[in-house]
Design a binder for this molecule. Structure first.
Ligand code: AMP
Ligand code: MG
Length: 352
């Protein structure tokens, strides 16, 4: 790869002695030099940099075009790293970490002021998680530093679940992508504020509210996440449009008949229609320009897994509008619908 390009380093996530893998060592070296590196986690690909280094954090924001008031998640590899950076860990937070770490749960706690200011966007709190992916954990161990890592996409686009997605967005903007194959969960981590009496969900994600309530009892949800709420979200990132495909996306909430009417109406007006539908509804609608199956309604993890790849699969100017089916906002359905609503910029038509 030329010097303006981006190097792809392939790593088999199941390789033995991964800490001694040459490509892991090369990537860790880059991180230690204040460079940024894209790598897989169990949720989506992250764009990592040294959370203690202003220069590295600045590069992350620049490469993504991310607004500087949107703080980053810090990834750690061992629980002992936590107390270096945060104070006042409530009992319920410990229980949540015991139950869900390593995993797609990010906790927000008061920080000690020793992380790069850019990471926390000057907030008194920091978001931290321990990822459940051998490559992410190896990079943290081998570099010996906490890694700030937002999703490795251009801000506003769907998050990357494959190295190819990172390549599409960030080629020439970052020195290294560690290709460890497709990610697992497919949607980002759940962000939970642990600075108050009870945990408050700021962003729904891979760990569901129902799963957390089994461990710590009642959990609250940031009112700004409720539909049609005018409240300012406590998680700064939640106020931005996100995950958007290249054509306008409209969510359709209703029966198969209603969905079909909407599709036919658009086609009658000369639009090239794309649709995002579930396995169960395949073959049930009028043929359109492009149809993408985003998993099975009966297996929400298959939908989470396929969601961003499905959104990305519509190429520039290929269709004029995309219609998507919806699912009930329960369990993992809450995170999926949160992403779909954002991708649609709130555009939803409902059957009367
Ligand atoms: P991303 O890394 O792109 O998946 O986004 C991280 C999410 O965590 C964004 O929605 C951020 O706004 C949120 N976040 C990060 N730090 C904090 C914090 N200190 N308080 C509240 N939300 C945070
Ligand atoms: Mg993101």
């Amino acid at each position: 790869m030329d010097q303006h390009g981006t190097k792809l380093l392939t790593v088999d996530k199941n390789v033995e002695n991964i800490d001694e893998n040459r490509n892991i060592m090369l990537a860790a070296e880059q991180l230690l030099e204040g460079e940024v590196v894209a790598f897989p986690t169990e949720t989506v690909y992250g764009l990592g940099g040294n959370a203690l280094c202003n220069k590295a954090i600045h590069k992350i924001f620049q490469a993504k075009g991310r607004p500087s008031d949107n703080p980053l998640i810090v990834h750690i590899g061992e629980r002992s790293q936590l107390v270096k950076y945060v104070d006042n860990i409530p009992n319920y937070a410990t229980k949540l970490m015991d139950a869900f770490w390593p995993g797609p749960l990010t906790i927000v706690l008061t920080h000690k002021g020793n992380l790069s200011k850019g990471v926390t966007a000057n907030l008194p709190t920091v978001a931290i998680r321990m990822p459940d992916h051998p490559i992410a954990l190896a990079l943290i161990r081998v570099s010996g530093i906490p890694l700030a890592a937002p999703s490795a996409n251009t801000s506003g686009k769907p998050s990357p679940t494959k190295a190819e997605h990172v390549y599409e967005d960030l080629y020439g903007r970052i020195p290294v992508i560690v290709d460890g194959g497709p990610t697992g969960v497919g949607v980002e981590s759940t962000v939970v504020d642990c600075t108050g009496e009870v945990p408050v969900i700021l962003r729904p994600g891979g760990v569901t509210k129902e799963e957390m309530e089994e461990v710590v009892g009642k959990i609250e949800v940031d009112p700004a996440l409720m539909m049609e709420s005018a409240a300012t979200p406590k998680s700064p990132g939640m106020k931005y449009t996100h995950y958007a495909p290249t054509a306008p996306l409209i969510l359709v909430d209703g029966s198969e008949r209603f969905f079909n009417e909407i599709v036919k109406e658009a086609m009658a007006s000369g639009k090239r229609v794309g649709m995002l539908i579930f396995e169960e509804n395949k073959g049930r609608f009028s043929p359109v320009k492009k149809e993408v199956i985003m998993g099975s309604k009966e297996d929400l993890s298959s939908v989470a897994y396929a969601l961003y790849d499905s959104l990305r699969s519509f190429e520039e100017k290929e269709v004029d509008v995309i219609f998507s089916q919806v699912i009930p906002e329960k369990g993992l359905g809450t995170a999926i619908m949160n992403r779909l609503r954002k991708a649609a910029g709130g555009n939803i038509v409902s059957e009367a």
